[in-house]
Design a protein around this ligand. Structure first.
Ligand SMILES: [Zn+2]
Length: 340
């Protein structure tokens, strides 16, 4: 699987994250938040092929670009439009979609699937373009712990955060892969063959748990435990607009896998920590602290307050790097901050 990401939006403006996942046979495109003008950084086909729009919350700087998303996708019929968000998502999305005049769409087959992620429950409903999005269909509620979507090669997970209002953080995590330990294989004296595939693919639910190699039979589960080495998959997390308290820190530690790429808000400098707490935001040091304790691969700082000058952003970057050296600004922003 390959994972490519892009930070959307300009410095000091609304920001968002776009992630492209290639599994070899399929390509998935996910967008995290949709503030003003963030879609101008994407190609039209990327927006039309979007496989999921994930909102952290609905303050204006995270949803102001939604009209453009609706305009591009209201009539697509080749796949559902999928939208995820925190408490109140069904109501907010319903109002957004109903805020236009819809006629000549009666024969359209486009479906919007909206999922509202609340504490331990997901409320799900469908809106139909053909009805001008006038009502919710197939409304259902089901339990949720962390995973909100699971595909063959990856999972998408969410975590409840607090921003004075419910907010969500998200994680895309490639499923664990397994390699054969060559030294252990050699120690058994077996040669390669189709039996190795059976060992790799064995699962506890399988009826047959023995395999013949040469003249002897072996237990598949025991062979699997002995020969397979887990290889952690790639992962990327999007965390923005929340208060970092002890409980949230503990939950994040449980949520974030080691080696994760962390795209994280850095709204305030360490000198304005009180303001950050008051407004339920992070400082650059908070972001670096999360990256450090979760043993992230790298930290990308986004979503800076307009109160700062460029030289102050460079100082915030230094503050974060002193805690977590692999901290970066989005590549395309570096010249902006250096030149201003
Ligand atoms: Zn906010």
């Amino acid at each position: 699987m390959s994972l490519i990401y892009q930070i959307l939006g300009k410095p000091f403006r609304d920001n968002a994250l776009h992630v492209c996942l290639s599994t070899g046979s399929s390509l998935y495109r996910f967008l995290f938040d949709c503030g003003e003008a963030v879609l101008s950084g994407m190609g039209l086909s990327e927006i039309q092929e979007n496989d999921g729009l994930f909102f952290s919350h609905f303050h204006t700087d995270h949803i102001a670009g939604m009209d453009s998303f609706i305009r591009v996708n209201y009539d697509r019929s080749h796949k559902k439009v999928k939208v995820y968000g925190p408490e109140d998502t069904l109501r907010v999305l319903g109002h957004r979609l109903q805020g236009f005049t819809w006629n000549l769409v009666q024969n359209n087959r486009c479906i919007w699937e909206v999922q509202e992620i609340q504490k331990q429950k997901i409320h799900k409903g469908l809106y139909y373009t053909s009805e001008g999005f006038s009502s919710i269909h197939d409304y259902s509620i089901f339990p949720w712990e962390k995973t909100i979507d699971s595909q063959d090669f990856f999972d998408i997970k969410a975590i409840s955060l607090y921003h004075g209002i419910p907010s969500l953080g998200y994680l895309i995590q490639e499923k664990c892969k397994f390699n054969i330990d060559k030294e252990k294989l050699a120690s058994l004296g077996f040669s390669h063959g189709p039996w190795l595939k059976k060992v790799k693919e064995y699962s506890n639910t399988q009826k047959e748990d023995m395999i013949k190699i040469g003249e002897r039979e072996y237990n598949l589960k025991e062979l699997q435990e002995f020969l397979l080495v887990p290889i952690p998959g790639e992962s990327i997390a999007y965390l923005t607009d929340f208060l970092l308290d002890d409980n949230t820190e503990k939950n994040l530690l449980d949520f974030l896998p080691k080696g994760c790429i962390l795209v994280c808000e850095s709204q305030y400098s360490k000198e304005d920590k009180d303001l950050a707490r008051k407004n339920y935001h992070l400082t650059s040091e908070d972001a670096a602290h999360i990256a450090k304790i979760s043993e992230a691969k790298e930290l990308i700082l986004i979503h800076f307050s307009q109160r700062y000058q460029s030289y102050q952003i460079m100082k915030m970057l230094e503050d974060a790097m002193s805690i977590f050296p692999e901290t970066h600004l989005p590549q395309e922003w570096i010249s902006f901050f250096r030149e201003c």
